[in-house]
Design a protein around this ligand. Structure first.
Ligand code: HEM
Length: 225
């Protein structure tokens, strides 16, 4: 019953919140739809936290998605021991990078008074949820070998069952608690998404690629005399 609520019902609540509140916020409070960067308050630590974080987490999430979207192709990749080791070692290196990066981002918000002053409760919730997510991910990768293989027989069918609106939570039932925490927290992050700065994830200015160029005219006051 608990598994059904956590892994069969909550994912839909999280996605509904993400889409529903996300659309509402976009139309009602569009100027808040950004990362609300604090770069002008502190940029050095931000650079060392934010840049590795974004590169590493995007690659890790792409791997999660590929194993979900194209399981047969993923099975071929992890089917050879050499490729499996390379994949897992790369994953671990990236995972540890995300862990260090998110720790830096947290210490920056604690240690810098100016950044701390503009940090909201939701910012803290998001940072802690991200820390928990990458910490449990790295822990799983270290201790429960080989995640990139058993993911195919547990997470992939569970996620597909959610997608088909027929949640099959038994795929997760026998997994250790830390994997369940990792799976639940992923949807918690989705639920926090529309209430937080995370919305910037879907505001990448892709229209820049196709829109007509703009002529920018700078206004400078002429010196008189
Ligand atoms: C917000 C979404 C998610 C994020 C940010 C995330 C992040 C991570 C990170 C950072 C790692 C460590 C990678 C490594 O060191 O190799 C990891 C591993 C893992 N994640 Fe996730 N994850 C997410 C969602 C999920 C979901 C929904 C599942 C499904 C149960 C899942 C299952 C796993 C597994 C099985 C591993 C171990 C992979 C291995 O051993 O190579 N993750 N995750």
């Amino acid at each position: 019953m608990t598994d059904m609520i956590l892994f069969g019902v909550f994912p839909y609540v999280a996605v509904a919140l993400m889409i529903g509140v996300g659309i509402y916020r976009y139309f009602v409070d569009r100027y808040s739809w950004s990362s609300q960067s604090s770069q002008f308050l502190e940029s050095r630590v931000l650079f060392w936290g934010s840049v590795p974080w974004h590169y590493a987490i995007l690659i890790i999430l792409m791997a999660h998605f590929l194993a979900f979207l194209i399981p047969s192709g993923w099975a071929v990749v992890v089917g050879s021991p050499l490729r499996l080791y390379l994949l897992e070692v790369t994953g671990l290196a990236l995972g540890i990078s995300t862990l260090i990066a998110v720790a830096l981002l947290i210490f920056r918000r604690i240690g810098n008074a100016r950044v701390s002053a503009v940090t909201t409760v939701v910012d803290w919730l998001v940072l802690l949820a991200l820390l928990l997510q990458v910490a449990t991910g790295v822990y799983i990768a270290f201790t429960l070998r080989w995640g990139s293989v058993w993911y195919l027989h547990t997470a992939t069918p569970w996620l597909w069952s959610l997608f088909k609106l027929d949640p099959q939570v038994h795929y997760l039932a026998a997994l250790p608690a830390v994997v369940k925490l990792h799976a639940f927290n992923a949807f918690l992050i989705l639920a926090l998404f529309p209430f937080s700065r995370l919305v910037h994830v879907v505001s990448v200015p892709l229209t820049y690629l196709s829109r007509p160029y703009q002529v920018v005219v700078w206004y400078r006051q002429r010196r008189t005399g």
